[in-house]
Design a protein around this ligand. Structure first.
Ligand code: ATP
Ligand code: MG
Length: 331
């Protein structure tokens, strides 16, 4: 009935390890800024131990039916959980902002880059073959359609930020057929949208972002390059506990911190909730709550700058204290 449809439905999967600590923190923040109907579901090592299945059908359906999903982390079962969940939301792009914050030690404190990583093909979609005792091969998959879909998303993303250009990373001087196709598709879609592109070879990109990350803003990458280079950028900003991500599909999306289950600190109540809360901010923006998203980001920034801080950032506060401080500073 219309009553039950009046709130956005957000699927919530804590998963394992510190997912059980940081996801509830992010849900508290969402609760503080809006009216959502949360649908909790289970996935990961713990549910597999009980039921034999890391990703029960019920969880898959909950995610597929929700307006958006907030996910924590899964342990050993990560690949069995996150890959099908990305499929459940039809995710074709992985959005990974890497941003340094005042008050947090960073190798490159000026870093502020968003990676838009192709999420369906490249070497991760190709199949591997063992052809002999001595020889294994991998097929790399690149389609014009997936490259164009990513590029169209990038154009909208850049325009929303008030930009008029983005960078595209590839290695088409060597992988002429596959990265050539990727490059041609992305550049031509950008042209159609009236946006400029700067092409950066992926090896040169690695050097340039280390030396001066301020050269980069929105960076569009093939799957593997995006995976590696966004992790590199994560290293520049200091701390896995800070990095959110989004898997976006045509009419659904899943948001998750970049970090994993952090078994070394799980259960101690000291996990940094910032990455999960910033993932919730991306979820808010995706659902059209731009003001609320900005408020959450502002509150996280304020807490990062002046504390309280969790031990990974040199403080001695727990997850709850940091979450409480973020909620207090929402305006
Ligand atoms: P997984 O296999 O689930 O990825 P992992 O051992 O690789 O587990 P990560 O979660 O990737 O662990 O974390 C790597 C390191 O970063 C660990 O030392 C962990 O404690 C730390 N870390 C990650 N996330 C956080 C967080 N939110 N707060 C504090 N420390 C974190
Ligand atoms: Mg890990």
């Amino acid at each position: 009935n219309s009553e039950s449809n009046s709130y956005e439905e957000v699927a919530v999967i804590e998963g394992d390890g510190i997912g059980r600590e940081v996801v509830p923190a992010a849900v508290e923040v969402l609760d503080a800024v809006g009216d959502f109907e949360f649908r909790t579901a289970r996935a990961g090592d713990a549910v597999r131990a009980e039921t034999g299945e890391a990703l029960p059908q019920e969880t898959y359906d909950t995610v597929a039916d929700a307006d958006a999903t907030l996910f924590g982390a899964a342990g050993e079962t990560a690949a069995d959980v996150i890959l099908p969940l990305r499929t459940a939301v039809g995710s074709f792009v992985n959005v990974r902002p890497a941003r340094a914050y005042p008050g947090v030690d960073a190798v490159q404190p000026e870093t502020d880059v968003v990676f838009l990583r192709e999420n369906t093909e490249g070497v991760y979609a190709g199949h591997e073959d063992r052809l002999s005792e001595d020889l294994s091969t991998l097929t790399r998959v690149v389609t014009t359609s997936a490259s164009e879909r990513l590029a169209a998303f990038a154009c909208e993303f850049v325009a929303d930020r008030g930009g008029d250009a983005f960078q595209v990373v590839h290695k088409s001087n060597v992988m002429r057929e596959t990265d050539g196709r990727f490059r041609d598709a992305v550049v031509s879609v950008a042209d159609d949208h009236g946006l400029d592109t700067e092409e950066v070879l992926m090896d040169a990109f690695a050097t340039r972002i280390c030396l001066d990350p301020t050269q980069f803003d929105v960076v569009v990458c093939p799957n593997l390059a995006g995976d590696v280079l966004s992790d590199l950028a994560a290293g520049l900003v200091g701390g896995l506990g800070l990095l959110p991500s989004a898997n976006i599909g045509p009419d659904n999306a899943l948001f998750e911190p970049v970090h994993g289950t952090a078994p070394d600190i799980a259960g101690e109540g000291v996990a940094n909730p910032s990455a999960a809360i910033l993932s919730a901010a991306m979820l808010l923006e995706h659902l059209g709550y731009d003001g609320e998203a900005a408020a959450v980001r502002g509150a996280v920034e304020s807490v990062l700058e002046s504390g309280p801080r969790t031990p990974d950032l040199g403080g001695d506060a727990g997850t709850d204290a940091v979450t409480g401080a973020v909620i207090d500073r929402l305006d």
